[in-house]
Design a protein. Sequence first.
Lengths: 616, 225
Amino acid sequence: MERLKSIDEFQFLHDRLIAERDPDSPTIIIPAGTCGQASGANDLIRITKRELLNKKYTDKIKIRITGCHGFCEMEPSILIEPSGTFYPKVDPRKMVHIVEAVAKGDVLKDLLFVDPKTGSPIERQADIPFFKKQVRILLCRNEKIDPIRIFNYIENDGYVAMARTLSSGNPRWVVEEIKASGLRGRGGAGFPTGLKWERLANQPNGNGKFIVCNADEGDPGAYMDRSLLEGNPHSIIEGMLIGAYGTGATKGIIYVRNEYPLAIKHLLIALRQANQLGLLGGHILGTGFSFDIKIVRGAGAFVCGEETALIKSIEGTMGEPRQRPPFPVEKGIHGEPTSINNVETWANIPIIIGLGAQEFTKVGTKENTGTKIFSLVGKIKNTGLVEVPMGITIDRIVNEIGDGKIGQRNIKAVQTGGPSGGCIPAEMFHLSIDYESLAKAGSIMGSGGMIVMDEYTCMVDVAKYFMGFLKEESCGKCFICRKGTQRMYEILDDISAGRGTLEHLGLLEELGSVVKDASLCGLGQTSPNPVLSTLRYFREEYIEHIQKKRCPAGVCKDLITYVITEICTGCQLCLKSCPAEAIRGEKKERHSINSQKCNKCGVCKSVCKFDAVETR
Amino acid sequence: MITLRINGLSVSVEEGTTLLEAAQFIGFPIPTLCHHDGLSSYGACRLCLVEIGEGPKAKLVSSCTYPAEEGLQVRTSSSRVMKARRIILELLLGSCPQSKTVQDLASAYGIRQQRFRQEYENCILCGLCVRMCEEQMMAKAIGFRSRGEKRSIGTPFDIQSEDCRRCGACIYICPACQLRCTYTEPERAICGGCANLPAPCLEKEGFDDMMCYMAPCVACEIKKD
């Protein structure tokens, strides 16, 4: 790769790549992010490559390996361009037929996605309700780009926004444009990005300023940032370049957790390619602007996502938050001004500069512009990454995009914002998704985790799970957060084991409100949210645990017994699976469970094909 | 000079003064456990909380780490502060009831019960010993390890640090182990647990009374026997 020496050379390269592109030639797109690879995308890649070589289709059909497209429920999937045909849950044995069909221009009807409502197959990805109802500004780029090929990114208007900023010659314009876009930090707090940049730009440039990409995504069940880093690392780099130009920063750091090996690999490749092409490093595109990015790997502490703890971690000390002020934008890494933004925020920057701030504000609401990616997981039909405009209601995400409940179990609540978010009950699904209304409902936007819960989810157990996570992931510096989360876990454990009293509820609320008030950092201040929100909306479940000593959802092991009902056909499947040998019964006769022997593992319930095992 | 209002009183302090220093300067008492005048501020025990700001933007901050700002409204013992402080003291009593310092503070704030399961921990992780070792003794022999509920103070892999001079400053400054260092039964009295550190006088040759911080010290009683 030859180094580009001027903006004109870049434009020339961009135009040439677009001219060389053949929009009509078929391309097989295989999403192979971490999720795709886990469900077997590597097999599909291998078979496709072999088929293309064997049948000599290599001139005719192209193959593109991309990051995750978002529909994780249907992985491993295949997308065919330009027709937009989508094959879900592809069996590796059927891959040969798909390649053949692509070569002939056919569509394999019986492998297509079937609409669960109408039962008829849907051919094009864009027509599938899951995709159709989203506004995919960031995620749709994942389909178009092979993350390890920089030319592929440039071909799709990559680095064009950066070239535009450089040719404007006016850093202030960049900051003003971001301010006008109304973009707010996607990490969870929702601080206006433009304002943060303006403050950084106004800081004296002594020994250099830092900008940081916070990719320490630690929420259980959330993986938006990972998909962006794996699928489109160049957009993060481009965003940071634009940010550096606007704020005068000279050093960039991507703080990514070591649990994301594929993201780190793709980032390293992307950084090397950008450096070779002269899009990163000294005198970028022949201008006076220089900027370099390095990767710092985090060791997996949840608290290091908090900005002051992140700074400590980058400096090489223990990841502990500190008091603000001074804010990082005044005194950050090694005492230099630092601006820290989330991965998704950075990914939005090239879009804003590319589209123009005015165009960007058309999506979303007045106070909350743009889109937000949520990872929709839990007890819902369509799990995956969904990108929706801000201000959309929870109901639309859950019931239209997520396609609602599984089977007959009604959806009870969604938990937003990761472990420090709250649970929003189904009665409040009319709530619109924005920073303010979620905070008012006792939850937070967070980085975008959205866990759907149904009647088989016990809210005491949920609160206990998150408290157990937080008591281990609190840094332990401030006493109230460390001990407060431990004690809340202890009380919840007591309640779930039937040892709770009604006084415990008052104590939980009192303790929770103080932990919220008195903690040092965002982790501590939001840590009681799971407890306080479940107490607020699902108090009767707590009371049932305490007074009637029973768990209505059938989750808390100490309070339930497994019973086999008369539906039992006597198939002996549960009898054979029971590890405690607690089930007895003759063939074709109703079985029974010996509650003395039963260790409540729940295997019988999960293996039973007739739903004959109940919890009481 | 910066002028701020503490509990309605106007006070002028130099730039860089913390709220704790400013409040103490005009005589408002603020309890602390992790603060010491000779050491840097840490903000871990959260006892020195004060309420700043007005209306919906009012919040609690630790006064030992928050710098005085021009025109800031500070309340050192509003009901919100007292509520938080009481819960913190109750939590402290619940996990570290042996400490005389904790007992006295709890008593002063009228804590008559603690509603949590009783624990008997030795350390409240205030970090005074770590800072003492680093900043005053220039040894950096001990530090924090791990996070969350597993957090503890000690040396890596519990191996005695070569930097440790056994000065005993960590034991001297510990607010939690005072009671046991002056306990009546010698065997149970010497703590050393806070730093995996044996009492200096028992191990170090030529250790004399001048070097000892313990007054009264039970280790001396053992030696006499």
